[in-house]
Design a protein around this ligand. Structure first.
Ligand SMILES: [Zn+2]
Length: 264
């Protein structure tokens, strides 16, 4: 069997074990069913996720011009505290920014390699946590817009990490933390504007990833450079495919690459 399509972040479903899907234009693959299968991945070309032209990908699946122009790649995406739609101020496209920013957002703690703080739209819970490979996570505040979530994250970053270590996450060298205690400890550092939105009663969400064998020394596959790779899939965690020889492939970081997948 052979499939070809442009890579996009794998959609997921949080069942007992996370279910992963890969959209290969004419086929929608359930990746869990491919565990223990040998497969080849080949780089074909590029396709920008915004303009769909065959242009080299710059960041986040976009070619360079789209990255600097499309409203879906504004600075406020990565830095929510820069959001301005609540003031009626435009960054790139006010209508789009109102639609995305002026909706409930969650500031959360997630533990993938260590406890970190993050921001997501409420409708992206628990998808965002799955994408990060977090085995546990909890909400801290639910605020009505992205700006309030952003300033809360900035304030909490003074007291908790905001980055994770992907190698530690993939090696599964993780420990269970009591995230309710973490949340209670951090409560006093929530900025005044967001204090009323504190969530005092949510419990941890636990996530199980479909991994049969964790790599001891994960090696990241650069498909653009190597052009093709063959290996046996033994797990999926976060947005990483994990192969038996400890090669790992970050699907999200390769968005916009057109690839061919061949099952053996
Ligand atoms: Zn483009």
């Amino acid at each position: 069997m052979q499939y070809q399509g442009v890579l996009k972040k794998m959609p997921t479903e949080n069942q007992n074990t996370v279910q992963y899907y890969l959209d290969m234009s004419s086929d929608f693959l359930n990746m869990n069913q491919l565990l223990n299968r040998e497969m080849s991945l080949s780089f074909v070309t590029y396709e920008c996720l915004n303009c769909h032209l065959e242009k080299k990908i710059y960041r986040q699946g976009f070619c360079k011009s789209c990255f600097f122009e499309t409203p879906t790649a504004g600075d406020w995406i990565m830095r929510p505290e820069l959001s301005k739609a609540h003031l009626g101020e435009e960054d790139r496209d006010l209508e789009y920014e109102k639609k995305v920013q002026l909706q409930p957002h969650i500031v959360y703690l997630a533990n993938s390699s260590n406890v970190k703080v993050g921001v997501t739209r409420k409708q992206q819970v628990p998808t965002r946590w799955i994408d990060q490979g977090a085995h546990e996570a909890i909400e801290i505040v639910e605020v009505p817009n992205r700006y309030l979530a952003g300033i809360t994250e900035v304030a909490l970053k003074e007291h908790v990490a905001d980055k994770t270590n992907w190698r530690t996450m993939l090696k599964n060298e993780v420990k269970d933390e009591n995230l309710v205690e973490w949340r209670e400890r951090l409560q006093e550092f929530i900025p005044d504007e967001a204090k009323e939105y504190y969530l005092a009663s949510n419990t941890e969400t636990n996530i199980q990833f479909p991994v049969e064998k964790y790599p001891k020394k994960p090696k990241s596959l650069n498909l653009e450079k190597e052009e093709s790779y063959t290996g046996k899939l033994v797990g999926i965690k976060g947005q990483y495919l994990i192969f038996e020889d400890e090669t790992v492939f970050n699907v999200r970081a390769n968005e916009g690459l057109v690839v061919r997948i061949e099952l053996h």
